[in-house]
Design a protein around this ligand. Structure first.
Ligand SMILES: Cc1ncc(C[n+]2csc(CCOP(=O)(O)OP(=O)(O)O)c2C)c(N)n1
Length: 638
């Protein structure tokens, strides 16, 4: 029985057994009877550790028993254990020699929040975006099967663990199709907790729920002892085992039809059952899908009741930290860009029944919860299906309605062809609200929105805007909404500078920036939310500062004007320098035959690791002091 906690321990719990486990090999040397205690201690330590560090929470709690069982049965790291998304791997990190370092997770120089090949040999595949595990594990199975005699045991087993949410993505379906075709030994563990970040949606989710409530699952839950007898762990009679397995297969199951041996659903919190089932599955050849039913937030009652709220947890402030907060509480409450978007969406929908908002499984993160409640007919959560989200929007636009696709910059990468081929090429009327544009802090490189300007700028028909503050965000969303054709507004994670938001919506003139500060010699062209930094550098150096607003089309009139009376043009953006807004400025000058000194400031050609956003900005050389230094250095050679 899982121990249920109702508080997060603020001091380190006593974990005598866990403390002895520095590798999965040590776990495997324990008698099976001690695994329950390992799981209890693991959960207690996980609660404590995430309370100290902050980070992903509910998903990890839900896979404590599964993680113990997988490392107990499989010979990791030689056997490959590939986790999907990777936000649920805190227990895996604890068991694979990173127990003490878990306290540093997502902090600069500490563990990454997701599996990372350079961090540990137990992380065979780096991840952060969902639904890659099946393809990666199949690739490993193919790679390790090469040069092996056809009839021999596989050199290593490849296991993918994928959530029911991640299973909704096209990539997962593509892999399932191919896995059956290749027909190598491979285990897919479907970790089904009925949740994505929000409630999981769609036909697949409904189908999984039906399986959960089936007689078969109840049989598994209630008759564990009988079942364990039915799964003799030492049985060498493979055929018999297979027959037993087959007998437990629900008839007509979708995965069976696709060429998998399907087992389950079984209780993912029952360690003896998990261990025995996994042991027996090792005997089965070809692709196997084990359907495991788990509960997100398991073992921490507030998270069990509110799995959405406890998807992630903020660091619990220390008592010392608490005393320093009252001063901060007097500060004006700043709105997040996501709230600005959510409020705009609701305000627009009041008078625009043709507005249809689409999210690929990110309604909380994108600030759409209120909209979904108030305008359910105009809201579509399409599950983790970015490609579908974009082409769906294209289809809606064909019917003369106005789709608004709210999508994180990093996840739009998944839908690049759809953006070009389905939307832009047909010049369809779709507004993209591109969230988390720029560096995103603790989630790190996998989630950084570093490339959207570069990859959108080259697409014909696109209008691309980058607001400098909350009010510009609102007005740009409106501008993009009433614009006919594809338009994108890219805004960052977190709060804006606190600019007053005009409730009245006024369309901005397309392709027009504004001069925010008149100075001399140097003109800083700011594209987006780094404007306050540009202004502070402008003050220090008496430089001109322009809030360019539009990346495409560029305000060429303003460029002509600035180049005529400044010696150095500095472009500033929170996007890759390569192909970014600065590159657009230089291309314009080159086209016009204008020779001028240009300094491009933006994200360098490296992946920037997890840290606070401020630290990441400093690592990119985009803090005010470094910008000022770089400009001064450049002036010396101009
Ligand atoms: C391509 C992509 N889109 C969206 C996300 C954001 N995201 C992270 S976890 C998650 C839910 C995953 O659900 P599931 O696979 O069921 O795992 P659970 O959290 O329920 O354990 C989502 C949508 C992502 N990581 N990758």
């Amino acid at each position: 029985m899982t121990v249920i906690y109702s508080d997060i321990p603020l001091t380190r719990p006593t974990t005598p057994l866990l403390d002895r486990l520095d590798s999965p090999a040590q776990l495997r040397s324990l008698p099976e009877s001690e695994l329950g205690q390992v799981a209890d201690e693991l959960r207690a330590y996980l609660l404590y550790s995430v309370g100290q560090s902050g980070g992903h929470f509910g998903a990890g709690l839900g896979v404590v028993e599964l993680t113990v069982a997988l490392h107990y049965v499989f010979n990791t790291p030689s056997d490959r254990l590939v986790w999907d998304v990777g936000h649920q791997t805190y227990p895996h990190k604890i068991l694979t020699g990173r127990r003490e370092e878990l306290l540093t997770i997502r902090h600069q120089g500490g563990l990454a929040g997701f599996p990372n090949r350079s961090e540990s040999e137990y992380d065979p595949f780096g991840v952060g975006h969902s639904s890659t595990s099946l393809s990666a594990a199949l690739g490993m199975a193919i790679g390790s099967a090469i040069n092996q005699p056809a009839d021999s045991q596989p050199e290593r087993r490849c296991v993918a663990v994928i959530g029911d949410g991640a299973m909704t993505a096209g990539m997962a379906f593509e892999a399932i199709n191919h896995i059956a075709h290749v027909d190598l030994d491979m285990l897919v563990v479907l970790n089904d907790n009925n949740m994505s970040i929000s409630k999981n949606v769609g036909g697949l989710a409904t189908y999984f729920s039906k399986l959960w409530s089936s007689k078969l699952y109840n049989l598994f839950r209630e008759s564990t002892k009988t079942l364990l007898k039915a799964f003799p762990s030492t049985s060498g009679i493979i055929r018999k085992t297979e027959e037993l397995m087959k007998a437990l297969v629900a008839p007509g199951i979708v995965f069976e039809e696709l060429g998998f041996t399907y087992i389950g659903p079984i209780d993912g919190h029952n360690i003896p059952l998990l261990v025995h089932t996994l042991e027996n599955l090792k005997q089965i050849t070809g692709p196997v899908l084990l359907h495991v039913a788990t509960q997100k937030g398991k073992g921490f009652s507030p998270a069990e009741k509110d799995p959405i709220g406890y998807h992630a947890l903020n660091k619990i402030p220390t008592p010392a930290g608490k005393t320093s907060t009252p001063a901060a509480s007097n500060a004006p409450k700043l709105l997040k860009y996501q709230q600005v978007f959510g409020n705009w969406l609701c305000d627009m929908a009041v008078n625009h029944p043709e507005l249809i908002a689409i999210t690929p499984a990110m309604s909380e993160g994108s600030g759409m919860v209120e909209f979904a409640e108030r305008f359910p007919q105009q809201f579509h959560d399409v599950a983790i299906a970015e490609q579908h989200a974009v082409t769906l929007a294209a289809g809606i636009a064909c019917e003369g309605k106005k789709p608004v696709v709210a999508i994180y910059s990093t996840f739009l990468q998944r839908a690049y062809d759809q953006l070009i081929h389905d939307v832009a090429l047909q010049n369809l009327d779709v507004l993209f609200a591109i969230d988390r544009a720029g560096l995103v802090g603790e989630d790190g490189a996998t989630h950084a929105g570093s490339f959207d300007i570069s990859f959108m700028r080259c697409i014909p028909n696109m209008v691309i805007m980058a607001p400098a503050d909350e009010n510009e965000t609102r007005q740009m969303l409106y501008t993009g909404y009433i614009h006919s054709g594809p338009a994108a507004v890219r805004y960052p994670r977190g709060t804006g500078p606190g600019v007053k938001i005009e409730q009245t919506m006024t369309a901005l003139p397309i392709g027009k920036g504004r001069l925010s500060r008149q100075g001399q010699q140097v003109a800083i062209l700011s594209f987006g939310a780094l404007l306050p930094t540009a202004l502070s550098v402008g003050e220090e150096l008496d430089a001109s500062v322009a809030d360019m607003r539009f990346i495409k089309p560029l305000d060429t009139e303003l460029l002509d004007q600035l180049v005529s009376d400044h010696a150095l043009i500095v472009t500033l953006e929170e996007n890759a320098i390569a192909g970014g807004a600065g590159a657009a400025v230089s291309e314009y000058f080159a086209q016009r035959g204008v020779v001028v000194a240009v300094l491009h400031l933006g994200l360098p050609d490296i992946f920037i690791d997890h840290a606070t956003h401020d630290a990441q900005i400093a690592a990119a050389g985009l803090d005010a002091a470094t910008i000022s230094k770089r400009i001064k250095a450049r002036l010396l050679t101009t």
